[in-house]
Design a protein around this ligand. Sequence first.
Ligand SMILES: C=CC1=C(C)c2cc3[nH]c(cc4nc(cc5[nH]c(cc1n2)c(C)c5CCC(=O)O)C(CCC(=O)O)=C4C)c(C)c3C=C
Ligand SMILES: [Fe+2]
Ligand SMILES: [Fe+2]
Length: 352
Amino acid sequence: MHFELEPQTRPSHLSRVAVLLINLGTPDAPTPRAVRRYLAEFLSDPRVIEIPALIWQWILRLFILPLRGRPVAAKYASIWLPEGSPLRVYTEQQAKALQQQLKAQGDEISVEYAMRYGARNIPAMLTQLKRAGIERILLLPMYPQYCAATTASSFDRAFTALQHMRNQPELRTIRHYADFPPYIAALAAQVRAHWAVHGKPDFALGGRLLLSFHGVPKRIIDLGDPYYMHCQLTATLLAQALNLSETESLLTFQSRFGRAEWLKPDTALVLKELGAAGVKRVDVFCPGFPADCLETLEEIGMEGRDIFLQAGGGEYHYIQCLNAAPSFIASLAELVRVHLQGWVPQNSLAPS
Ligand SMILES: C=CC1=C(C)c2cc3[nH]c(cc4nc(cc5[nH]c(cc1n2)c(C)c5CCC(=O)O)C(CCC(=O)O)=C4C)c(C)c3C=C
Ligand SMILES: [Fe+2]
Ligand SMILES: [Fe+2]
């Protein structure tokens, strides 16, 4: 074990608090090579794939990476923005907007973002913050619902980075905000804003709002992961905020990966059934993804639409993720305010 050589820092009266947004990470380019590199890191994480490494690495290197690189790169290419991967572009916008919002409320708190996999990783960003003289860091995962595969994996990465530091910063973590009222209000505002422009499904005629969350293997829920409960909580509270009955909105799970049983009902299957039943309109929203990404823009925005329409469905509406919507940024500022107690004077972080 070796510990890093530390720069000499002097105590200062300047604010030395930072918020670090953490998201999953994404390939650097929509190419098979970049996608394979990204997936190799992502899918080698034992928090994501709970199969003994010796067996799994063979399957991953022999089958998954060679077979997935090209088709998945083509999917990324279909959603790529001029500035890069949507996940990165929107996460960066969120960090900037949150920094501005906190500044407008009177506090100089640095807001940066890190990715769990790929470029701009968590250790690199912790080192950068430390170099800037920051001693207190609040980790804010862009996963409103706790899951060991995402939340715990991100925190693990931060804590192992600290293992090598002689002069460790103080860390705080936000475990989840699945039921945080301002987050629910921001979700509801996003759906209502879509309905204000495009009208809403005729629920009496069988129209539906699908609330589609990223799936996970059912086994991890049986082993005690609270993710399913958190998704149910968000979906129920959002439906209530929108005054929808139990049948008018549906909780579904998307992005199945591998052969194990995943959480049900499956978004694609539900879309197919609703289409086959001749449903006139479905709207699909992804409350568990604060930023639009491959899984929302391509899987829900494109594939889901094709499935529903080809099965015989009427109108299909994809409702964008929160991204940098002002009500979402305000909800993050409120969340941060709650978690920064004792680190910054609370009167300077008064809610707007
Ligand atoms: C919202 C939270 C997420 C959970 C929970 C989650 C679990 C999980 N994911 C995989 C496998 C893959 N996920 C992929 C993409 C992806 N996943 C999330 C979020 C969660 N995943 C996001 C935001 C993204 C999009 C990233 C982007 O660049 O836009 C992929 C890559 C795409 C593909 O190859 O299909 C895989 C693979 C597992 C196995 C898992 C639970 C254990
Ligand atoms: Fe995923
Ligand atoms: Fe997918």
